[in-house]
Design a protein around this ligand. Structure first.
Ligand SMILES: NC(=O)c1ccc[n+]([C@@H]2O[C@H](COP(=O)([O-])OP(=O)(O)OC[C@H]3O[C@@H](n4cnc5c(N)ncnc54)[C@H](OP(=O)(O)O)[C@@H]3O)[C@@H](O)[C@H]2O)c1
Length: 321
């Protein structure tokens, strides 16, 4: 069987790495685009079987190079995204202008599928620049590429994420943990392997012209998540609801860090529930179950943050089992 050619932007990220493995195991050939081929080579080369992965370096989004790549692929998947703005990495460039450009080229070269990763819960969050830029990106894609597939995940977690790992680091170091908006914001965390299965279904089946909200099996509040992480790393911490004006001041300070712990825009976004809107189908509606349970999955890697590491005796974990 002829291997189908997939052009993958954002391949080095949490989702990209896992997706490369799944696609190459299933006879898809991948061209992974990255800004730094040396760093990416080190991360990605072991994810695919020999002959299934080609790396291409693209520093600026050069029209001609993108056309060349698009002209040689069957399916394009865009996983490029940022959580905060730094230097030239602006939300508008990354979440709106780039998807606009890619979807126009995908249409020009009449490729069979254009799959784009947006985000859940952004429709309500009109005061967040992240949310607005993602939403505008979705609109442009729908205009440019009629049969696009847009996937909107809730928080995606795994040992490679920037969420559970980030909070386990904070929780293991700080004596108290602030709860924004009283910790009541709701999420539907989805494990990266469950999300990758959904993306794979979109690639492999006869799906087109659809928006899917990608959610995990449980609804957890921010407080539930922090409590489960604490239990998993075997620590007790004081959870303190933080008045909004203090939260805003801390975000103003924390966003100065090279890798910000919290930005003002993220604080705005945290106000809105990250659960299915009812406006689109979810993966469950389409029969693509996500069944990985949050506390079971985080226990597989949380030992890194327990005192004693993998040899720690964790009574609380034993109780969870
Ligand atoms: N993770 C989540 O919880 C979550 C939730 C909802 C939506 N999403 C969306 O899903 C997509 C993938 O998420 P992820 O967790 O895999 O992201 P990630 O781990 O942060 O990876 C982001 C990718 O974007 C690329 N990138 C960042 N800035 C870039 C720039 N200026 N130019 C070119 N490439 C750039 C990076 O590629 P290089 O550095 O190799 O060039 C990297 O491969 C994103 O669009 C994200 O917004 C994620």
């Amino acid at each position: 069987m002829k291997k189908k050619e997939i052009l993958l932007f954002g391949a080095t990220g949490q989702i990209g790495k896992n997706l490369i493995r799944k696609l190459s195991q299933n006879n898809y050939k991948i061209t992974a685009v990255t800004r730094n081929i040396h760093r990416a080579g080190y991360i990605l080369k072991t994810q695919a079987n020999p002959g299934y992965l080609k790396l291409v370096e693209l520093k600026n989004f050069d029209n001609e190079k993108i056309e060349n790549l698009m002209g040689n692929c069957d399916i394009c998947i865009n996983l490029i995204g940022i959580l905060y703005e730094k230097k030239k990495n602006h939300f508008k460039n990354i979440h709106t202008i780039l998807p606009d450009l890619l979807s126009k080229k995908a249409s020009k070269y009449k490729i069979s599928k254009f799959i784009h990763l947006s985000a859940l819960g952004i429709e309500e969050a009109s005061d967040s620049e992240y949310a607005n830029s993602k939403l505008e990106g979705e609109k442009r894609i729908k205009l440019n590429f009629k049969n696009s597939i847009i996937l909107k995940p809730s928080i995606v977690y795994s040992v490679d994420d920037k969420f559970t790992t980030h909070f386990m680091t904070l929780l293991s170091r700080m004596p108290i943990m602030p709860l924004y908006y009283d910790g009541l914001t709701k999420f539907r965390p989805i494990h990266v392997t469950d999300l990758v299965k959904i993306i794979f279904e979109m690639v492999n089946n006869n799906m087109n012209n659809i928006v899917v909200e990608c959610i995990g099996p449980e609804e957890l509040t921010f407080k539930d998540i922090i409590e489960q992480l604490l239990k998993s790393i075997n620590r007790s911490r004081l959870l303190i609801p933080l008045p909004l004006f203090i939260a805003k001041i801390t975000a103003k300070i924390l966003q100065i860090l090279p890798k910000p712990l919290l930005t003002e825009d993220q604080l705005k976004l945290l106000k809105y529930n990250n659960v299915s809107s009812g406006n689109y189908k979810t993966n469950f509606d389409l029969g693509f179950k996500a069944d990985k349970i949050f506390n079971i999955e985080i226990n597989k890697y949380s030992y890194n943050w327990r005192s004693g590491g993998q040899y720690s005796k964790n009574n609380k974990i034993d109780k969870i089992k």
